[in-house]
Design a protein around this ligand. Structure first.
Ligand code: SAM
Length: 224
């Protein structure tokens, strides 16, 4: 009875570990968010497996089905559409339920967008705060205001259609002089790091429409 938590690429399909591939080849079931999306990766590595969907809206019945399969002696690998399951992706309720049933969890580490961005950001990374996706409505202002006093580097995910609003709010609440780095389309053909102050980066986006996937890395208070 093992539930493997397997990290998969965040863009470049070559970013998968040998152990991840061995695991995906040996398990009985692969639980994934979007079966069509995961098939692209699995097809590239000639892995044919039974796929079961497990996504943010799956509910308790999917968890129970996977737990039943595990208790029946089957090995299950959980993957997400990109990166590490559980990092702003579904995994938590399945892991919790598995542990409650005495099922062993084996993580197979690999890519995650926030780590990929932070290591190339040039901002301090000895300590940082990961915020996942910041709230879009309730709690958003309070959170952004709290960043004004944050001395650690802060990293979070943002969608292309909200990035300009976020930059404007950061300018308002934390000041336009704070260092910021946007990691865009990481590991993909159009990978880019946009560096500057909050105001500079905001003005850059006013001239070209933001496109793709984004990680925001905000320098702490006092970082130059
Ligand atoms: N589990 C993933 C991880 O480990 O990073 C995160 C999944 S979360 C649903 C998706 C968000 O991660 C995207 O909206 C984007 O903010 C960020 N992301 C994922 N892949 C990325 C990439 N290649 N470049 C930049 N950001 C990425």
């Amino acid at each position: 009875m093992i539930l493997y938590i397997v990290a998969t690429p965040i863009g470049n399909l070559a970013d998968i570990t040998l152990r991840a591939l061995d695991t995906l080849r040996k398990v009985d079931i692969i639980a994934c968010e979007d079966t069509r999306h995961s098939q692209i990766l699995l097809k590239k590595y000639e892995i044919e497996k039974k796929l079961l969907s497990y996504h943010a809206h799956s509910g308790q019945s999917k968890v129970e089905k996977l737990i039943a399969a595990l208790k029946d002696g089957q090995e299950v690998a959980l993957i997400s559409d990109a990166g590490t399951p559980g990092i702003s992706d579904p995994a938590y309720s399945l892991i919790k339920a598995a542990l409650n049933e005495g099922i062993k969890i084996e993580p197979i580490p690999g890519p995650s967008a926030f780590l990929t961005a932070i290591v190339a950001s040039g901002l301090p990374m000895n300590q940082f705060t990961y915020l996942g996706f910041i709230p879009t409505k309730k709690g958003r202002q309070t959170l952004l205001k709290s960043l004004a006093e944050e001395k650690r580097t802060v990293v979070f995910y943002e969608s292309p259609h909200r990035i300009q609003k976020t930059l404007s709010q950061l300018e308002e609440f934390t000041g336009g002089e704070r260092r910021i780095v946007i990691g865009r389309e990481l590991t993909k053909i159009h990978e880019e790091f946009i560096r500057g102050t909050v105001t500079e980066v905001k003005e850059g986006f006013a001239e070209r429409k933001p496109k793709g996937e984004f990680v925001v890395v905000l320098g702490g208070k006092g970082v130059v």
